[in-house]
Design a protein around this ligand. Structure first.
Ligand SMILES: Cc1ncc(COP(=O)(O)O)c(C=O)c1O
Length: 357
């Protein structure tokens, strides 16, 4: 079965085999070597300076990394502007509500890019309504839209606001400009563009931002996790096997040419899918130039329900993904993450053609 859902991904044999390494106690030096290697390699994905940035690991899924980032990095006296154009932006606001973090939501149309004018106007707010932080999703997996961080970074810098990014479905493939001084942190996970398994998530955070971190949560306390990991420690029992897989996936990633190579590989597969589906009369929901290379949303063909499409493709060995919420009636999604080849996509397109003939 090939997974075309946005994670967990189809694993390479090499990563799958890494799960069979020796049993390991998480209080032994071998585990801390593994943890150190994972943290170093995560920074290397974007060639980050370890003096300025740190990678903080946690045993959890991507949502927990986002939760840990938001709960720690908006200080007690801070205020967060949440930009929403999909399910995952909405989730950031739900996290704020859960922790009673002062925030305001800027809810946009899920099929559109964030409204920069509206964001600029909100960032003009004066004390006590002044925002200290802005959070958004880089690749909004709901629709496949890649939110452009460049103009947002410019706005943030102009207003002295720090940027918190949910990079769960973009880290490792899409470009991220860590030299943007407004960028404080990016949250992500092992089992998407990095091709590891679920169970290990992380936040890449500026050390200067960590120095002012709040402590609102116990298990996901970013500052405490960072301190302990810097001392080759861990507060809890980590998912050791997920860490084995993450390190192997990161070695494979580096040997395969790193972030840019992964971007190009996904871009070619995504274009192959787009062109092939267009030949079957299936339209992309978001223009290619505004979409990620990681996942794209397509309009369901007239008269074909998602369930019919899903079940027929699954019988041929492919798992696709539904649209979220109301979008499930009109959209389906195809991700090109994981151990997929152009030949796999050709077979997928043949299945589509047969189904729609
Ligand atoms: C952008 C984004 N943020 C957060 C999440 C949540 O990740 P998880 O399901 O691993 O908690 C996802 C999952 O697809 C995502 O795509």
């Amino acid at each position: 079965m090939l997974l075309l859902n946005p994670g967990p991904v189809t694993l390479s044999e090499r990563v799958r085999r890494s799960l069979l390494q020796p049993d390991l106690c998480h209080r032994e030096s071998e585990f801390f070597d593994l943890q150190d290697e994972a943290r170093e390699r995560l920074l290397a994905v974007y060639a980050l300076d370890p003096a300025a940035w740190t990678a903080v690991l946690m045993t959890a899924s991507g949502s927990a990394a986002v939760e840990s980032m938001v709960a720690a990095l908006v200080p007690k006296k801070g205020r967060l502007l949440v930009i929403e154009n999909g399910v995952y932006g909405e989730r950031i606001a739900q996290i704020c509500m859960q922790y009673q973090i002062p925030h305001e939501r800027l809810v946009g149309d899920w099929m559109q890019a964030p409204n920069l004018e509206a964001i600029g106007a909100r960032l003009e707010s004066k004390a006590p309504q002044r925002f200290t932080h802005l959070a958004l999703v880089h690749h909004e997996t709901t629709t496949g839209r890649l939110n452009d961080l460049k103009p947002l970074g410019e706005l943030c810098r102009a207003h002295g606001v720090k940027l918190l990014v949910d990079g769960v479905s973009s880290f490792g493939a899409e470009a991220l400009d860590f030299s943007d001084l407004s960028l404080a942190a990016v949250a992500a996970t092992a089992n998407k563009c990095l091709h590891g398994v679920p169970g290990a998530a992380f936040v890449i955070v500026r050390r200067s931002a960590l120095a002012e971190a709040a402590s609102r949560t116990y298990y996901l306390d970013l500052g405490r996790l960072a301190n302990l990991q810097d001392q080759r420690g861990t507060p809890f029992t980590p998912a050791v096997h997920a860490y084995y897989a993450l390190v192997e996936a990161l070695r494979e990633f580096a040997e395969g040419g790193g972030r840019q190579a992964r971007y190009l590989r996904y871009a070619a597969l995504a274009e192959q899918v787009r062109a092939g589906l267009a030949e079957c009369g299936i339209e992309a929901a978001v223009p290619a130039a505004q979409s990620s290379v990681v996942l794209r949303a397509y309009r369901l063909p007239a008269g074909v329900s998602y369930t019919t499409l899903h079940d027929a493709l699954k019988a041929d060995g492919f798992v696709i993904y539904a649209g979220q919420g109301n979008l499930s009636k009109t959209l389906f999604r195809i991700s090109t993450m994981g151990e997929l080849t152009p030949a796999d996509i050709s077979r997928l397109l043949k299945s589509f053609a047969r189904l729609l003939a």
